[in-house]
Design a protein around this ligand. Structure first.
Ligand code: SAM
Length: 234
C-alpha cells in the first residue's frame, strides 16, 4: 500500500490556531517533514505529539523530495508542514506535491491558517476578487512587477519581511501614487496591529518607528473603492 502525503497547515503565530484534524494527522503519520524541525517541535510539544521528523526546506527540497517519495511508495505516511501557515504558500511544498502526483501518491490537504487570508478578511478592502503576489523579487524586477500591478483592478496582497517593508511601501508609492492600503502586522500574536489608510499616511506612520515582526501588505485595486457599508447612515 502506498502512503499518503498530507499537506498540513499550522498556526501563523498563536499556537491555538490549528485544527483538531491537523493534530490528529500529525499524531498518526509515520514521519513529519518540517521546514524547521526546531520550530515545529515547539508546536508538537504544545500538543503532546512525538513523531520522527526530517527537514524539508528551500535549499534541500530538491534532494529531499525523491527520498520522501521513496518512503511514501514504501507505504509510509508523511505530513509536510512549514514554519507557519500553509505549506506551498510562499513556502516549500510545490516540488514534493508534483512529484507525488506524478507517482500517483495521494496528496491530502489539511486546511488551516494562511497569513494572507487572515489579513484580507479584516482589511476592509474588497475580498470578492483579489490577487496574491507573495514576495516581490528581492533585487531585480521589483519596479517592473509593481508596474504590471499598477493597473490591476483586484485587491493586491503582498508578503514582506520587516527590513524591506519601508522600501517596498516607498516603491509602491513611487509607482502607484496615492492608494488605500492596509498593513497587517504580527497577526494572531501579542503585538497584532492592523493599520488602514492612504499610502502616504501609512508611510509617514511607519517611517517614524522601527519595522518589526511579520507584515502583510494589502493594496486597493486600481479604480476600486472599498465596498460600501450597507449599514452606513446616509
Ligand atoms: N506559508 C505562510 C502562509 O501561509 O501565510 C507564509 C510563509 S512566508 C515564508 C512568511 C511571510 O508570511 C512573512 O514574511 C509575512 O509576510 C507573512 N506572515 C506570516 N505570518 C504572519 C503573521 N503572523 N502576521 C503577518 N504576516 C505574516
Amino acid at each position: 500500500m502506498i502512503g499518503s502525503l498530507y499537506i498540513v497547515s499550522t498556526p501563523i503565530g498563536n499556537l491555538e490556531d490549528i485544527t483538531h484534524r491537523a493534530v490528529k494527522v500529525l499524531s498518526s503519520v509515520d514521519l513529519i517533514a518540517a521546514e524547521d524541525t526546531r520550530t515545529t517541535k515547539i508546536l508538537l510539544d504544545h500538543y503532546g505529539v512525538t513523531k520522527p521528523m526530517t527537514s524539508y526546506f528551500a535549499r534541500n527540497e530538491r534532494q529531499r523530495t525523491p527520498q520522501l517519495i521513496a518512503e511514501l511508495l514504501a507505504g509510509k505516511s508523511i505530513a509536510l508542514v512549514s514554519d507557519a501557515g500553509t505549506p506551498g504558500i510562499s513556502d516549500p511544498a510545490h516540488r514534493i506535491v508534483i512529484a507525488a502526483i506524478e507517482r500517483s501518491v495521494p496528496v491530502i490537504p489539511i486546511p488551516g491558517p494562511s497569513a494572507f487570508v487572515s489579513a484580507l478578511i479584516v482589511s476592509g478592502l474588497r475580498t470578492d476578487r483579489f490577487v496574491f503576489e507573495g514576495f516581490l523579487p528581492v533585487k531585480k524586477g521589483r519596479k517592473t512587477r509593481l508596474g504590471i500591478l499598477k493597473s490591476e483592478p483586484r485587491t493586491i496582497i503582498l508578503y514582506e519581511s520587516p527590513h524591506r517593508m519601508l522600501k517596498t511601501l516607498n516603491e509602491v508609492f513611487e509607482v502607484f501614487g496615492e492608494r488605500q492600503v492596509v498593513v497587517a502586522r504580527e497577526l494572531t500574536k501579542k503585538f497584532e496591529e492592523i493599520v488602514r489608510g492612504p499610502l502616504s499616511a501609512i508611510l509617514r506612520n511607519l517611517s517614524a518607528k522601527p519595522t518589526r515582526g511579520e507584515y502583510v501588505l494589502i493594496i486597493q485595486g486600481a479604480g476600486k473603492e472599498p465596498l460600501e457599508n450597507p449599514e452606513k447612515p446616509t
